[in-house]
Write a protein that binds this ligand. Structure first.
Ligand code: KG4
Ligand code: ZN
Length: 333
């Protein structure tokens, strides 16, 4: 019965989790609020806050799991992709802990871990399935053939879906991170109030930079005529932008599912916390006859539970790394 300590520090969440024989016992997430004042994640500040948070997060997760640190059988950590300085803190901690306790190390790809978050709780998807992974840095349609046999069949050519949410909120003068605020205001708005263009991109790929520019021009034009345009229409703007981003994502997902003949479809990554996307996928699944998998809120945004569960499956395969391992800002599957 392997007990895995999972460590996540790729961006601005410091997280530690304990998984025992595939069952998640605890998942501590320390959010960094310092970046709000800067309108985005400041890498240097992020790594310093990781340094402050990592030991308390690990102590708390061990306490919450009601285990002793000597019960841990292996340490799984995010090797990449992410901010190098942030990754370094988690990787260094994992290596030091493993060295001190003479434990094996398991390196995890953060984007694969987002997908594998679906194996934390029941119901679990059956292979092969499609996963739409949408975060602040990535937008991918992943064909998941097995735990660590994944193929990216579609990706963004420029901005990620979360980036489109965050940049829109910046244009609207809202604080960072804007995704959850767009979601909040969209709930009170009319998604048909304003129409934004849908890009025509070949295959299962995405593009969000044109949408961002059209939103910027739309806002500038209207604010020139009415300085209160944003305040007067905030809910409708957010609802319309969210609606466009969701329709772009779900149209490509539908095309991919039909082309690959797949009926098990999952959502992952920070943007999978979005209410419109969650409802949209559920409704689409009912229409198409798919089994859909939408993660629990705490497993949408960055967390170490997904690292620990990925570590558990690698442990079962005997797939370990060693003390020479280094973080990777870019890390293909
Ligand atoms: O996966 P994640 O926590 O970090 C990365 O690996 O990027 O994703 C963060 C992204 C941010 O862009 C954030 O604005 C977005 O997820 N996000 C949301 C919501 N919650 C987080 N976007 C829309 N609606 C939400 N409720
Ligand atoms: Zn992430």
């Amino acid at each position: 019965m392997p007990v895995i300590l999972g460590i996540e520090s790729s961006c601005d969440e410091t997280s530690a989790a304990i998984c025992a024989d595939g069952v998640m016992l605890s998942n501590i997430i320390a959010n960094q609020t310092i970046h709000e004042a800067y309108g985005g994640v400041v890498p240097e500040l992020a790594s310093r806050v990781h340094q402050q948070n990592i030991i308390p997060a690990v102590q708390q997760t061990i306490f919450n799991a009601k285990i002793n640190k000597n019960d841990i059988d292996a340490v799984a950590f995010t090797r990449g992709p992410g901010l190098l300085g942030s990754l370094l803190v988690g990787v260094s901690f994992a290596k030091a802990f493993a060295l001190a306790k003479n434990l094996p190390l398991i390196d995890i790809n953060h984007m694969q871990a987002h997908v594998l978050a679906h194996f934390i709780d029941e119901p679990k998807p059956a292979f092969p399935f499609l996963c739409l992974t949408v975060s602040g840095g990535h937008t991918q349609i992943v064909l998941v053939k097995n735990y660590f046999d994944m193929e990216i069949i579609g990706h963004t050519q420029d901005d990620a879906a979360g980036e489109a949410m965050d940049k829109t909120s910046k244009i609207l003068g809202l604080p960072y991170p804007g995704g959850p605020l767009i979601d909040k205001y969209a709930r009170q708005g009319n998604s048909k109030a304003f129409s934004f263009p849908e890009p025509q991109i070949p295959g299962y790929n995405f593009s969000f930079s044109g949408l961002k520019t059209s939103i910027l021009y739309f806002i500038q034009k209207n604010v020139a005529q009415n300085p209160n345009f944003i305040q007067d229409n905030l809910a409708d703007i957010c609802a319309s932008v969210e609606h466009r981003i969701v329709t772009i994502l779900l149209r490509k997902l539908t095309q991919a599912a039909q082309a690959y003949g797949i009926t098990e479809v999952a959502l992952a990554g920070g943007v999978s916390a979005n209410t419109g996307l969650r409802q949209g996928l559920q409704q689409l699944g009912e229409k198409m006859g798919w089994r859909t998998f939408i993660p629990k809120m705490e497993y949408c945004t960055d967390n170490a539970a997904m690292i620990a569960i990925a570590g558990y499956y690698k442990f079962l395969q005997g797939d370990f790394t060693d003390q020479h391992v280094a973080p990777l800002a870019r890390m293909p599957f």
